[in-house]
Structure formats: C-alpha cells, structure tokens
Design a protein around this ligand. Structure first.
Ligand SMILES: C[S@@+](CC[C@H](N)C(=O)[O-])C[C@H]1O[C@@H](n2cnc3c(N)ncnc32)[C@H](O)[C@@H]1O
Length: 312
C-alpha cells in the first residue's frame, strides 16, 4: 500500500467554501491545495461535463494517494507544484484570465500531521523533517543543526509569536553542541525543559513547531505569491476562497483582499480613476468560521477562517 493511503482528511468549511466559489457548472476551477481532495470532490460534483478542475499540491504523497474517482474523471487534472507558481502554471496552459474560481486551504493536511514519519507533530515521535515536499529543501533537523542563534530566535518570534523565543533558542543552541536534534520528541522535550512550568491548555511546543514548519516550507511567501498570482489569472466575476488556520496567514489574506478592494490611495475619492488604479477585488465574505457542530465533528476546524473575494 502507498504510504499515507490509510490516513484521511476531513475538509473544513466545505459547504461555506463551495458557496463562496459560486460554482458555474461549465467553469474552470483551481484547487491550489489538493490534499486528499475533499474540496475538489465537492467542486466536481457541481460541474457539468464541460467544467474543469485543475488541482495542485507540493506533496508527492497527495499525488500518489489520489483516488481512482479523480484519476478516472476527464474534467480533472492534478499536478505537483507550488501555489506560488499558480500564475505560471495557468499561463503555460494559456488559461490566464479564464479562471472562474480558486480555492486555497492552507497549511498541512491531517495525513501529513498524523504520520509520524513526516515529522510535523510533537505528539508523534518521528524524524524531525516537516517538509511538505520531502524532495526539496532541507529538513527541520538539518536546519536546526546549522542555524545561527539570531536567525532561530527571529523565526520563533515572527512565525510562532513565541514570547519565550530567547530561552528556547538558548536551550537548542546549548544542546546541539552536545547531541544532535534528530526527532520530533527530541525537540518537544527540549522546548518543555526551556519553558517555565506554567499551565497552558496547549502543548508547550505548539508555537515552536508552528514557527519551524512555516519557515521550512516558506509558507507565508508561498501565500503572498499565490494571492498575487490569483488576482492575475481570475476572470472578472471569478472567486477567490482562502481558508487559513492561524493569525499570521489570516492577516496576510485579510490585508491582501482589503488592499485589492480599494482604489489606489492617490486616486481615492476622485472621479475618472484610471483602470490600473481601480479596485481589483470585491470582498464577498469577511471571515467565516466553523459552526459548533463542525468543530464537534472535526476539532481541526476550530481555528479555520474562510475569506472570499471576487475579481472585479
Ligand atoms: C489543509 S490541506 C488541504 C486539504 C484539502 N482541501 C482536502 O479537503 O483534502 C493542505 C494541502 O496543501 C498542500 N500545500 C500547502 N502549501 C502548499 C503550497 N505552497 N503549494 C502547494 N501545495 C501546498 C499541502 O501539501 C496539503 O496537502
């Protein structure tokens, strides 16, 4: 059996995302974060024989676990790639400006988190890897073996919003001089030792793992590029739906949609604004959160925020 096949992912805010996309049955849609295809399946259910869905994922395993229902569907194509490349991927297919809707369901999938061998979780002992694309870049263990004290502190502050960044950094730097950090438990135990013993509902290593994962996968830059690319490839009336899972992502999405929905500052309130300075997006949904029922069914939906905008 292909590694990862037995792991499932429950799509979050599914009904809300499909409503946000306002699917046109003959339209061309993009799922920039295929995962296990929960959102893709729901879009395909709305499309006619003339509709199309192009899905992308940077994780080889998402492609090797794709179910026959997708492979046998002539309206569907799945490619390995990064969301930051959306503009080029779509441009190479001569589809720029012809896209009816784009979904981005950010972060990691449940199969990535649940498999110890992927090294994302402090709750499962595995190699300290954390790469969504296991074939590119360096693992978290490799990075932690060589990163400077200042850079590590900065990553923990900026991507983890971890106020104990200096203490954790000091502990990691001291410890790696004696023995290398190889596993997720090595790192989790170190963080626990570095922190004061105050009670918190969250695991003490939550923010550290989030920060290192975001850095290793360059997640925030990927998101910024994907948003800019989306704006260029959507057709007028096309929808952009983004689900984020923490405040750093959501801030980027919120700011992007807000800025793109305003006239450029120099022309604000003036008549006859040149087209390149006019708003490019219209905000459709400001922030949609999971219902209590959904959170009861799927705890991972508790931090999800969906934002929807339409290309003007
Ligand atoms: C939250 S899951 C998506 C789940 C999916 N909507 C479903 O219902 O099964 C996020 C997926 O996006 C992929 N991903 C994350 N960042 C990516 C990026 N920058 N480029 C391409 N794929 C990315 C991950 O590998 C993961 O499979």
């Amino acid at each position: 059996m292909t590694a990862g096949v037995k792991y499932k992912h429950i799509p979050v805010l599914l009904k809300e995302t499909i409503a946000g996309l306002n699917v046109r049955k003959d339209g061309f849609y993009i799922d920039g974060t295929f995962g296990r295809g929960g959102h893709s399946r729901a879009v395909l259910e709305q499309l006619s024989n003339k509709g199309n869905l192009l899905a992308i994922d940077r994780d080889e395993q998402a492609l090797s676990c794709v179910l026959p229902e997708f492979n046998n569907d002539l309206r569907f194509e799945l490619i390995k790639g990064e969301m930051s490349e959306l503009k080029n991927i779509v441009g190479n297919k001569s589809l720029s400006g012809k896209i009816d809707g784009i979904m981005l369901d950010l972060g990691v999938s449940s199969p990535q988190l649940d498999q110890a061998s992927r090294g994302f979780s402090f709750q499962k002992d595995g190699p300290l890897d954390m790469r969504m694309d296991s074939n590119s870049g360096i693992s978290a263990a490799e990075w932690l073996a060589e990163v400077s004290e200042d850079d590590l502190k900065k990553v923990l502050y900026e991507y983890g919003e971890e106020k104990f960044a200096p203490r954790i950094t000091k502990k990691i730097i001291e410890d790696r001089a004696v023995s290398s950090l190889k596993t997720t438990s090595d790192l989790a135990k170190l963080v626990i030792k570095a922190l004061p013993k105050t009670y918190s509902k969250k695991h003490p290593a939550t923010k550290t793992f989030q920060a290192i994962r975001i850095y290793i996968n360059d997640e925030l830059n990927q998101l910024e590029s994907a948003l800019k690319g989306s704006l260029e490839i959507l057709k007028s009336g096309g929808r952009l739906c983004v689900i984020s899972f923490h405040s750093l992502e959501d801030r980027i999405v919120k700011r992007f949609m807000k800025n793109a929905s305003m006239e450029s500052e120099q022309y604000r309130g003036m008549p006859n604004v040149p087209i390149e300075f006019q708003p490019k997006l219209k905000i459709i949904k400001k922030s949609v959160k999971a219902s209590i029922e959904e959170i009861d069914r799927n705890i991972r939906s508790r931090s999800a925020v969906l934002r929807v905008a339409e290309k003007v």
